[in-house]
Design a protein around this ligand. Structure first.
Ligand SMILES: *Cc1c(COP(=O)(O)O)cnc(C)c1O
Length: 413
């Protein structure tokens, strides 16, 4: 990998060779960050500018990705998700210059595909044939799908509460699914022990430093889609904290390669029923264990595994953290559907609810441009969608008279 220098420990600062199975720091157990040779990256982009490229997937940004040049690209098309200008929705939340980055349109319908695609390549480079992870649901279904397409096996640990849509994906993709009778923390611990015992490739996001590198491609795309002019704010929901860390890494990579005019401010959004990271951001206290009390299952992470990188992303960008109630998330699901035609799962709508709150509280000014990252599709969790939408269906017999009666007084003609 000519573009990669090494992995550096964010704790003790030691550097380590960037081999596929480099996880946490062998010296101190700290989280590793992959460091690049930006001169090498710049020379690649100078030879072939992005505008001239015909690859429409996350691999469009190959100079920025820590994979061997000869490694085959995975088959599933991951990335290249649309960035919509969403003025009507923006007006509804008090930020008319709003964009939606719909990452629910990835192959398994979440942003996690970006990380899983990278994990699959690294596992192959390392000669592994089986990959494991613990997950609230989306990391699991994305790993299972991306592995199925490459003929690799997966062992998946999910908490019992994982929504049916995500569990259905796991089974359809042929994963070995271990549904743990416990919360996400219990699930995580069991997976860590099993991975240690059986030596599978580890796709746990905070442990494996390559996953943030996959997730960062969402920011590289936003940068290019906006003509390499940074938005004022980017909002994303936060569970373990790896996604927001990836967003920060992507924008800083663009900036360090001389492609971006300035850095955006990052808004990290948590559910108020489980907000250890936003609480730590606001109080300045260390991150404390929290209950997992929200229907936004993908961000119900009581013991986050990557709070350091997440807090750094918010602080270094002069950003902010907010937490939103389940009621506010449901409202955001309705608004996004009604005004933008995008169906988000609860954790994905939380980023919109957070923008609305940040605008109302004066953290973000009404004239600011903001990108809301939609991290997962609402069809993964239909039950929550129905709960958020409420009534609204007219149930009628097949009878014109009944229809006329039911529509009387409604302005439809
Ligand atoms: C995983 C996930 C998040 C949060 O990402 P973290 O890396 O855990 O902070 C947000 N939304 C959805 C839909 C997710 O699947």
């Amino acid at each position: 990998m000519k573009n990669v220098l090494h992995g550096r420990c964010t704790g003790c600062g030691k550097t380590h060779a960037a081999v596929p199975a480099l996880y946490t720091c062998p010296a101190c157990g700290g989280i590793i960050d992959i460091e690049y040779d930006y001169d090498y990256i710049k020379s690649g982009i100078a030879r072939e500018p992005f505008a001239a490229r015909t690859e429409f997937s996350m691999w469009r940004y190959r100079e920025f990705l820590p994979v061997e040049e000869g490694s085959p690209r995975p088959r599933l098309r991951v990335g290249a998700s649309p960035l919509y200008s969403a003025e009507a929705l923006g007006k509804a939340i008090g930020l008319p210059r709003l964009y939606l980055k719909d990452d629910g349109l990835n192959p398994t319908s979440s942003l996690k595909d970006r990380a899983s695609a990278l994990a699959v390549v690294k596992a192959k480079e390392g000669g592994f044939s089986r990959i494991a992870c613990s997950s609230t649901g989306n990391a699991a279904s994305s790993l299972a799908g991306n592995c199925a397409a490459e003929g690799m096996e997966t062992v998946i640990f999910v908490p019992r509460r994982a929504p049916q849509g995500k569990v259905a994906q796991l089974s359809i993709f042929g994963a070995l699914v271990i549904s743990v009778d416990g919360n996400y923390e219990d699930t995580y611990r069991l997976s860590a022990e099993a991975i240690e015992k059986w030596g599978w490739y580890n796709r746990n996001a905070a442990i494996n430093p390559y996953l943030v590198e996959g997730k960062k491609t969402v920011a590289l795309e936003i940068g290019e889609q906006l003509g390499f002019r940074s938005p004022d704010w980017v909002s994303i929901s936060v569970g373990d904290g790896c996604s927001i860390a990836g967003v920060w890494k992507g924008f800083s990579d663009l900036s360090r390669a001389g492609l971006l005019d300035r850095m955006p401010r990052l808004l990290g959004v948590q559910a108020s029923g489980c907000c250890p990271i936003s609480t730590a951001f606001t109080t300045g206290e260390p991150v404390a264990r929290a209950a997992e009390n929200t229907f936004a299952d993908s961000i119900a992470v009581g013991v986050p595994r990557n709070p350091g990188k997440a807090l750094h992303a918010m602080r270094a960008s002069n950003g902010a953290a907010v937490s939103v109630s389940d009621g506010e998330i449901m409202e955001a699901m309705r608004l996004m559907g009604r005004f933008a035609g995008v169906f988000a799962e609860p954790a994905a709508a939380a980023s919109l609810a957070g923008l609305k709150k940040a605008a109302a509280e004066g953290i973000i000014s009404p004239g600011a441009s903001a990108v809301c990252i939609v991290t997962g599709n609402g069809l993964k969790d239909v039950q929550s969608g129905i709960a958020a939408a409420g009534e609204g269906v007219l149930a009628l017999p097949p009878d014109m008279k009944e229809l006329e009666r039911a529509l009387a007084g409604r302005c439809i003609c």
